[in-house]
Design a binder for this molecule. Sequence first.
Ligand code: P6P
Length: 316
Amino acid sequence: MPLTLNNIAKQGEHGSTMMPVIQGVGRAAIEIAAVLRGAVFRGALGGAGSENVQGEQQQLLDVLSDEIFLDEMRSTGFVCAVGSEEQEELLVIEEYSHADYLVLVDPLDGSSNLDVDGPVGTIFSIVKRKTANADRPHVSDTLQSGREVIAAGYVLYGPSTMLVCSVGEGVDGYTFNPSTARFELSHGNMRIPETGGYYSVNESNADQWADNMGAKLENLKAETGLGMRYVGAMVADMHRTILKGGVFLYPADSKNTTGKLRLLYEAIPMGFIMEQAGGKSMSSDGVAVLDLQPEALHQRVPVYLGSTTKVDILLG
Ligand code: P6P
C-alpha cells in the first residue's frame, strides 16, 4: 500500500497538525496542474494586464493560481491568513481569523516559463501566529525567521506533478498518481549529494554581480569542474540541485541590489528544505538564510543554496 500525504501525520511534533494544511496544498496543486495542462485552449496563457507588488507583469495563471491556493487554504480550517507574492497585503481568511497558522506562498513560481511550456512551481511555508487567536492576524505574524518555520515545501509542475515537503523531520517527495488521483510517496528521505551536480545561475548578470561573486563563481568552476544547468524557475532548479547536487545561486546585482528572490516565500521555504535535505542555505558569507530576521512581506535577499562543500567553496 503506497504512502500518501497522510504519512506526514506520523512525522515529529508538528506532523499531525501540518498534515491537513499540506493536504490542502496538494488539492491546490492538483487543481493548478489541471489548469496549466488546458490553459492554451482557454486563452489563459499570457499577461493579465496587471502588475504584482514587485512591479512584475502578472500572468493570467499567476492570478488564477493565487485564487485556487487561497481557496484551498480556507478549506483546511487551520489557516488564518496567507501572504502571497501576488497580493500586496496579508490576506486574512475571515471565517478562520482565529486559526493558528499562516501560510506564505509563491503560487506560480517561474510563470514566465508558461508560454514556452517550461516547468513552473508553487513554493510555501507555514508559521504559527504570534498574535493571540482572538486578535486579527497581522503582517507581523509573517515576519518570522526560517528557524521558526513549522513546515515548508514546493510543488513542481513538470512531466509529473511532485509535492516535496518537510515538517522538520527530513524531506519527502510525493508524486501525483493519475491512476489513484492522489499524491504517493516516491522520493522518501531526499538528501542532497555532496559530490557531482551542477552550478545553476543566470550568468548573463555576472558583470553586474555584487560581492565579487563573478570571481567567486569562476573559482568554483575551476575548483570543481561542475557543469551548468539553469531553467529559470527556482522550483525546477532547486529540485534538480537537491537530487543531483551542486549549488543554486541568485546574487545581488546592480538591478536587484538586495537580490531578486523573496525572503518569505522563496528563500526561507527553499532554504528550510535544503537544510532538511542535508545541504547549506546562505544569503551571504557567514549569514544563513534561516537566521535572517524578515522586515517586510516582500523583502528580497541574495541566495546560495546547495551541497555544503560547494557553497563553502563558492562563498570562500
Ligand atoms: P531570472 C522566477 O521569476 C524567479 O522568481 C525564480 O523562480 C527564478 O529562479 C528567478 O526568478 C529567475 O530570474 O532573472 O534568471 O529570469
